[in-house]
Write a protein that binds this ligand. Structure first.
Ligand SMILES: [Zn+2]
Length: 116
């Protein structure tokens, strides 16, 4: 699992343990169904690009990229491979209890928040 850096990077300095403790399993679930992702990337934590009341500002939400650059330099999206996407969603729902919410945002990223 890596963290996006640079000007539009993710700020995960103060991410709550309720999220941090889940990241390894999230990555394993995604890679199990989409090994071509190779490594998951956190694209957003507590950084200034969310709606005002977002859980991102409480350090209880992360965004994880749901695409990778494939051969030929084109983006390959998990969203375009529906059986794999449904398997990932199913596994995440098995893994997470009722205190978490998952949202697939467009094709770009998976938003995961702790909302007890
Ligand atoms: Zn988000």
């Amino acid at each position: 699992m890596k963290v996006k850096t640079g000007k539009w990077g993710a700020d995960v300095r103060f991410m709550r343990t309720e999220i941090v403790s889940k990241l390894w399993n999230i990555e394993q679930i995604i890679l199990h169904h989409c090994p071509w992702i190779e490594e998951c990337t956190i694209t957003s934590g507590n950084d200034g690009k969310h709606m005002k009341r977002s859980k991102h500002y409480k350090n209880t939400a992360v965004d994880i990229r749901t695409w990778a650059v494939g051969s030929g330099g084109k983006r390959r999206y998990i969203d375009d491979e529906k059986p794999a996407m449904m398997s990932i969603i199913n596994d995440l729902n098995v893994f997470f209890g009722p205190d978490y919410q998952l949202m697939w945002h467009d094709k770009d990223h998976l938003h995961i928040e702790w909302d007890p």
